[in-house]
Ligand binder design. Sequence first.
Ligand SMILES: [Zn+2]
Length: 538
Amino acid sequence: MKFFTPLLFLLVLSSCDKQEKVDLLIVNANVYTVDDKFSIADAMAVKEGKIIAIGSSEELKTKYATLKTLDVEGKTILPGLIDAHCHFFGLGLQQQKVDLTGTKSFDEVLQRIVDFQKEKKVSYITGRGWDQNDWEIREFPTKEKLDELFPETPVSIRRIDGHALLANQAAIDLAGVTINTPFSGGDILKKGGKLTGIFIDKPMGLIDSKIPQPSTKEAAQALKDAEKICFDLGLTTVNDAGLSREAIELIDSLQKTGELHIKVYAMVSASPQNLDYYLNNGIIKTDRLHVRSFKFYGDGALGSRGAAMRSPYSDSPGHFGALVNDLETLRTTAKRIADSNFQMNIHAIGDSANHLILQTYKEVLKDKKDRRWKIEHAQIISPEDFKLFDDIIPSIQPTHATSDMYWAEDRVGPDRIKGGYAYKDLLNQYGKVALGTDFPVEKVNPMLTFYAAVARKDLDNYPKGGFQMENALSREETLKGMTIWAAYSNFEENEKGSLEIGKSADFVILDQDIMEIGIEEVPMIHVLETYVNGEKVK
Ligand SMILES: [Zn+2]
């Protein structure tokens, strides 16, 4: 602090000189630039939202004049963090739902719903985050107790992975579903000739379609709530994996009126109408919004045994999971997208889904260059399929590994698990990985992604040596996956993802040096300040 006054004096004195004026000068910092050489700088000059110089404090102080100098006293600065696969709007909407994550029993689930409804008194209760694998009785719940508590009010609560839901009778009646309702691409569970209330994958749509839509005002509030959560944790760009045209247009209008500052890479939900609309109208690119990709679903999730496997589940004989879309339709659509400039992103978890989608990609992208198509999750890969990622980007979520590691081997057995959550093997194929969280499936905090990728342990330091450590990423690889490689996966590596001259001044200031402190301390790192286009947003 004692250097601060002379520094200011010096700046004021010399500012009449022929120094260039800048909006912000950051000095005395430990800046990981994440440039090609992964170089470290200690000062940065920002003008009109862009970085115009990066180097040493002495050099920049001599060269530039500013009214705003920030001496960060040696603290660490990173490029603004990017979550390459998340549900940003969903996170906002979730703030209006019952949070069921971390429940230790179905009774606790019921209690939280009762508490929520006492306060909010909504006409349709929705919730998300239960996981029967965390309960003493590891079985899907049934709806009887919900029917007793809420005979009139519809209730629909989703499993943590979003691939199964429990509905009460009021919600089932509203959807017009009976024991005889036909379905495909998933399951409607029955017991003793009655519906249990559990819907898996595609049939969930029967219930979902009757949930009332939020108003424009509620949707705008949801986006602002989500933005605050993200900025507090250091995220400056979010790749929303599945947005409607309405949501995209709302984001665009809020960004244009200055009500929303976060940058959004929108993956458009691949409905036939959205495909027609966006393919006809072309890519949208503004300073904060980029619409150039479609999000599809290949299969379900591993936890609910919806992921499509080439051989039966190890803990459910004869059960393979299922593709949720017809492969022929997917191939035809892929051809159509390949003929445009749009990117295709498909959710694939099981080894069969990954295999079939990789083959489809290869087929339609033959002779096409630099299309950067992605597989979202790339969770269980057959050994012979890794090489197919040579020109397909793996978009992966390290916290999925440390959330699933307790039971994933039960599902797929000791051999197939070796190709599971195989982040280093995937990195070795493509040369880059795009890292994300899939929030709100996982927690938003990017420090947990960093920790999970490097340590491959949970927050209780389990398992001792780490889970399948041959697939751990280095700190440098992890940071790149959360910044420059994620930007690359968005065709945005020339404007963000590293702190270099000409790029956006999107950056975060941390209270600890993430590249140096003990890895077990990383989850406790705090983001002190967050900047987007040189503007302080936290
Ligand atoms: Zn997702």
